[in-house]
Design a protein around this ligand. Structure first.
Ligand code: ATP
Ligand code: MG
Length: 400
């Protein structure tokens, strides 16, 4: 006998009525994308559970991967057995013995999905509990606050025994809430914003502006690495690398220095919006946090936002920098973000940017330049890189 399955419980998606099927499908795809290296596994879905059949693959390694996938409420390694009381008792005893049980209290709780099963829930609890007690000495039952909860799920086709729940990442499966473009700099904030947007089910396509020769390959590498970290929360991510040098130079030359930052941000937003349009996205996500820097005062955001009606998602808007840093550490983007390579904005940063820019003034300064043409040119020269496992849905279906 062995732990041969992993039982995955859905989070909020259980409440999503008609969309449920789509949610489960998406979660299944995201799990498979993250477990691409475990070729022997099989995956089965039911209305309220996903089962991974391990077929000999290492459950600890797989559990580590599952911890970061959004849409999973909790999961457990499980022993599968036939739905027959003697088999269930034996499997429960085996599962229990695999734990460090010395000095711990326990109880058995049964969920009887198969209403035709000949024994009542309480009777199953009693029989399984007694079987464990008679085979292991010095155990204490505690039905209120047990340290170990032996869960028995009796279904028609099979029964599952689990002894430990591992909390999942929560949230909604990535891709079930539509697509948002994530403006991803190499800084601390935007990767955290991406993480939080993904948590609510948004599929992310990252957009990064770089300005060679002012920024170098290593700052591009930073963004590739950050994107890769984000893929572990759900699915593969397309990263768009936008050449931004020409626009920055034009702004530098034509727009008064104290307005150049606002203008730069507006051009980034216009380009991102055009990419969004082409990629059929519904929103734009940024790492802005109110009052953090000159471009993030309410007046600046008002002037910057004037170039689009697309919904903006700013998950960090009310967070303090220390809270953002803590989160960056937890999701493992922190150490990549603090690598010391220049970002295109740092280099062109004016000494004294306006903190209360006037939208009509930006409009006026920009009116002397044909930015449309420059924007389309930048979009056309944007490079798209797919980060993650690299397989598409069809290939995935063939693999598993
Ligand atoms: P971050 O830590 O994310 O770089 P920040 O505190 O440095 O943010 P800003 O430089 O004002 O703040 O940038 C605000 C937001 O604009 C960023 O969070 C990001 O979403 C976007 N952004 C800034 N620079 C770039 C860039 N080079 N490429 C893509 N997006 C960018
Ligand atoms: Mg930055």
């Amino acid at each position: 006998m062995q732990y041969d399955h992993i039982l995955i419980r859905y989070g909020e998606i259980s409440t999503k009525g008609r969309n449920r099927k789509r949610f489960i499908e998406k979660l299944k795809t995201n799990i498979l994308l993250n477990l691409i290296d475990f070729k022997n596994i099989e995956i089965e879905t039911t209305r309220d559970r996903i089962y991974i059949v391990l077929n000999g693959e290492n459950h600890d390694l797989i559990c580590n991967k599952l911890k970061t996938i959004f849409g999973i409420h909790s999961f457990s390694v499980a022993v599968k057995t036939e739905s027959e009381i003697e088999a269930i008792k034996a499997a429960a005893l085996f599962a229990f013995k695999e734990l460090e049980y010395e000095g711990k209290t326990f109880k058995v709780s049964t969920r009887r999905a198969d209403k035709l099963f000949p024994l009542e829930t309480n009777e199953i609890n009693y029989q399984v509990g007694s079987h464990i007690l008679t085979n292991i000495s010095n155990l204490i039952v505690d039905v209120h606050k047990p340290m170990i909860n032996v869960r028995v799920e009796v279904r028609k086709e099979a029964s599952y025994i689990t002894c430990k729940d591992i909390p999942g990442a929560g949230g909604l499966p990535v891709g079930t809430s539509g697509k948002s473009m994530l403006m991803l700099s190499g800084g601390l904030d935007s990767p955290v914003a991406g993480y939080l947007a993904m948590k609510r089910g948004l599929e992310i396509e990252a957009v990064h502006f770089y300005s060679p020769p002012y920024t170098n390959e290593r700052s591009k590498q930073k963004v590739l690495d950050l994107t890769e970290v984000l893929t572990q929360f759900g699915s593969d991510i397309n990263l768009h690398i936008v050449p931004f040098t020409e626009i920055q130079e034009v702004i530098q030359k034509q727009v008064p220095e104290n307005y150049s930052l606002i203008s730069t941000r507006r051009m980034m937003l216009r380009i991102t919006d055009e990419l969004r349009n082409r990629r059929k996205g519904l929103a734009i996500t940024t790492g802005e946090s109110l009052g953090q820097v000159a471009s993030q005062t309410m007046e600046s955001m008002f002037a910057i936002n004037g170039v689009t009606n697309t919904p903006m998602i700013r998950p960090l808007i009310t967070m303090d920098k220390t809270e953002i840093i803590d989160m960056a550490k937890i999701i493992n983007t922190h150490d990549i973000s603090i690598r010391p390579y220049e970002d295109c904005c740092t280099i062109f940063s004016p000494a004294a940017p306006k903190t209360r820019p006037k939208p009509e003034k930006v409009d006026y300064y920009e009116s002397f330049i044909d930015f449309n043409e420059l924007i389309i040119k930048a979009v056309e020269n944007t490079e798209m890189i797919r980060i993650g496992s690299g397989v598409n849905k069809k290939e995935l279906e063939e693999l598993f």
